[in-house]
Ligand binder design. Structure first.
Ligand SMILES: Cc1cc2nc3c(=O)[nH]c(=O)nc-3n(C[C@H](O)[C@H](O)[C@H](O)COP(=O)(O)OP(=O)(O)OC[C@H]3O[C@@H](n4cnc5c(N)ncnc54)[C@H](O)[C@@H]3O)c2cc1C
Length: 409
């Protein structure tokens, strides 16, 4: 097929839209097939480490994202039983000096809109809502995607950016369903005026307790307050009614600090999310088809990096496609090799941090005593591999040839 036949992107989430924008910047046309009736995001907050700005600035959307976001002065972890501070990561001036870019909190709809607006501003991206892809066929010189309503779309290649429950992955990789962590999340947004006394309103707070945690932070320049309550439950796979969810929340947080109890009482119990990830795998592409974001390497949210990884994937994938002028097999292998260790580290460290949040008994005391020794410099060293960002292709290639040159023999 000709170089300018469109690439199909299945899924118009943050990862899919980033890939489309990065490809457009390099002269490639894309057709983004989104299963939902409209392109959009769920109405809650999201945190981004400074690493996303390496991508957003490259795509020319960094300033719009900064303008719609807030940058908290710190991330705090509190002990859910007694309210004491366990750990603190200052994210003010010293953090920015070290990592160049801010740590931000933003409404998902706002960041999604920035990407959507950029996508609508170029003829290179065709946005197709109500296109739920059910299967694909790699025909050797093109890929065909079929949708639930009987349509077919052909493209030069296909990128599966369809999230945790990816249909594209199910066809590409022979494996079981995602690994359920045994935890659920409830999310809610309330007006700042309704936030209970005792809750910090300016920073990101995580209350870690035995088998549960709560995260909260301000949104939209202090007008709103985002709360996520997460806890272990045997009913994680069941769909119950709101009264049953409420009763479970009350029982779970009954021994928690009073501020946490007040926060958990505000949770929306109409909907809950089962928490899941997958073990890292080495191969998430074949022929003209590749996965990105949650479809490729879903992670627990403890490092708040799932979307950040999807966004980094999008740029990396576009760089590799552009570098080999349409040899998609080669591009996808390079992309996969480049992204494997970083994304697997996010998945595995997120699991370790998940445990750290939820320990009890003596382990909790050990955690608190150990964390008391961590100063700002220590925190910055621990996060540098992540927050320094993913190198652009030119830097990756330079790094590879340097290490080739230094290989003995
Ligand atoms: C409670 C919670 C908190 C989180 N907090 C953070 C955070 O603070 N920071 C962070 O970086 N990450 C966070 N994450 C993770 C983040 O939400 C995901 O990693 C991120 O959304 C993945 O992006 P994606 O583009 O790969 O997939 P998704 O966002 O899942 O997008 C997939 C898109 O594909 C569409 N789709 C699905 N199937 C099909 C199909 N068959 N055909 C067509 N379209 C389809 C969907 O409608 C959707 O639009 C959190 C996750 C949870 C559960």
């Amino acid at each position: 097929m000709a170089r300018h036949d469109p690439i199909l992107i299945v899924g118009g989430g943050l990862g899919g839209l980033t890939a489309a924008l990065a490809l457009a910047q390099r002269g490639w046309r894309t057709r983004v097939l989104e299963g939902a009736p409209e392109f959009g995001a769920i109405g809650y907050g999201i945190q981004f480490g400074p690493n996303v700005f390496h991508v957003f600035d490259r795509l020319g959307v960094g300033e719009a994202v900064r303008a719609a976001s807030d940058s908290p002065p710190a991330l705090l972890m509190l002990d859910a039983l007694n309210g004491q501070e366990v750990a603190r990561i200052p994210t003010g001036p010293s953090f920015r000096a070290r990592f160049t870019h801010p740590y931000i909190i933003i409404h998902r709809i706002d960041v999604h809109n920035v990407l959507l607006e950029a996508a609508r501003g170029t003829d290179a991206i065709e946005l197709v809502p109500e296109a739920m892809v059910t299967a694909f066929a790699d025909e050797g010189d093109c890929v065909v995607a079929n949708t639930a309503d009987g349509r077919s779309f052909a493209g030069a290649a296909l990128i599966g950016a369809d999230g945790l429950g990816s249909r594209i992955r199910a066809q590409l990789v022979n494996e079981a369903a995602p690994r359920l962590a045994g935890y659920v999340a409830h999310r809610t947004i309330v007006p700042m005026a309704e936030v209970p006394d005792g809750a910090r309103r300016d920073v990101v707070v995580l209350w870690g307790g035995p088998g549960y945690h709560v995260v909260h932070y301000p949104l939209r320049h202090g007008a709103m307050f985002n709360i996520v309550a997460v806890f272990r439950t045997v009913t994680f796979a069941d769909k119950l009614d709101a009264a049953a969810y409420r009763a479970e929340l009350e029982k779970t947080y009954r021994a928690a600090h009073p501020t946490m109890q007040a926060l958990s009482a505000m949770m929306d119990v109409e909907r809950r999310w089962a928490i899941a990830d997958r073990d890292p795998i080495r191969h998430w592409s074949r022929g003209r088809v590749a996965l990105l974001g949650d479809a490729a390497h879903p992670t627990l949210q403890s490092l708040a990096q799932g979307a950040c990884m999807a966004i980094e994937d999008g740029l990396c994938l576009a760089e590799e496609i552009a570098a080999v002028e349409g040899d998609f097999g080669a591009a996808f292998r390079q992309y996969q090799a480049a992204r494997l260790i970083r994304t697997a580290r996010v998945t595995l460290e997120s699991r370790a941090i998940w445990e750290f949040f939820h320990v009890e008994g003596i382990a909790r005391e050990v955690r608190n005593r150990t964390a008391a020794e961590w100063d700002e410099a220590h925190m910055q060293r621990c996060l540098a591999w992540l927050y320094d960002g993913f190198p652009f292709r030119a830097a990756r290639c330079a790094g590879a040839s340097r290490s080739d040159a230094s290989t003995p023999g």
